[in-house]
Design a protein around this ligand. Structure first.
Ligand code: PEP
Length: 252
């Protein structure tokens, strides 16, 4: 059966001391009040080696927000999937819309990143989603299909089964504007149907598809109650323990 997951994306926020404090506080709260879903925190690279040993791996998984599209070598400033894995981190966000837009990550680059993440035992949290103009033109299904096919649909069924998807409409990220529960369910169901076409019903049914975009404690329950919404990828609200816990508690 697929898992319910709440994953935080810290983005470029929190210095090391602040990140350690946030992780410790979240860990204490979740150890005392066990979540009814998997919880993941994706932190800046620099935090990974410090945060990973601080948290109880049975309640919090740790992940990176990106990895290099190369194995190793003369790529100044890059961080490889193998390096991430060596910190004890288990997840990596790939294809976030900010990386696609600001760092020009193409379908091909992301395909390489996914392969390297999997080869190093990391679980990719692979983000897809349309921009506002595409939504207004009714092209959201076409857009997410191209993103899936362009970077993931070359994978074997076995490898695809290791991926977590996050549908994040770009117009809802950090804007305070959330997709309605109906909009989320509609496109999540479409995403699952394309997976079923490509890999079969069983793989599709077992794929966790998270919603991301201005998710908060006040709307998480309604979003996660949908049949094809298996949790959330959380940006801003992951930076405050009370908010993040409020979202995690949507599964209680
Ligand atoms: C994100 O960037 O992955 C995200 C969902 O951000 P926010 O929750 O702040 O909209």
């Amino acid at each position: 059966m697929r898992k319910n997951i709440v994953a935080g994306n810290w983005k470029m926020n929190k210095n090391l001391q602040e990140g350690i404090a946030l992780a410790k506080e979240l860990n204490e709260i979740l150890v005392a009040d066990k979540p009814n879903c998997d919880v993941v925190i994706c932190t800046p690279f620099i935090h990974l080696a410090s945060v990973t040993p601080l948290v109880d791996a049975t309640v919090i998984g740790v992940g990176a927000e990106n990895c290099a599209d190369k194995v190793s070598g003369a790529y100044t400033g890059e961080v490889s999937a193998e390096m991430i894995s060596s910190t004890g981190a288990k997840y990596v966000i790939l294809g976030h819309s900010e990386r696609r837009a600001y760092y020009h990550e193409t379908f091909e680059i992301l395909k390489e990143k996914v392969k390297l993440a999997l080869a190093n035992g990391l679980t990719p949290i692979f983000c897809i989603g349309e921009v506002l103009e595409e939504r207004e033109a009714g092209k959201q299904n076409e857009v997410v299909y191209a993103q899936l096919a362009g970077s993931l649909y070359d994978l074997s069924a076995e490898d695809f089964s290791k991926i977590i998807l996050a549908y994040e409409p770009v117009w809802a990220i950090g804007t305070g504007k959330t997709a309605t529960a109906e909009q989320a369910q509609e496109i999540h169901a479409y995403i699952r149907s394309t997976i079923a076409e490509k890999y079969g019903k069983e793989v599709a049914e077992n794929t966790s598809i998270l919603y991301g975009g201005s998710c908060k404690p006040s709307n998480a329950k309604e979003l996660f109650a949908n049949q094809d919404v298996d949790g959330g990828l959380i940006g801003g609200a992951a930076l405050k323990v009370a908010d993040f816990k409020g979202i995690i508690d949507a599964f209680k």
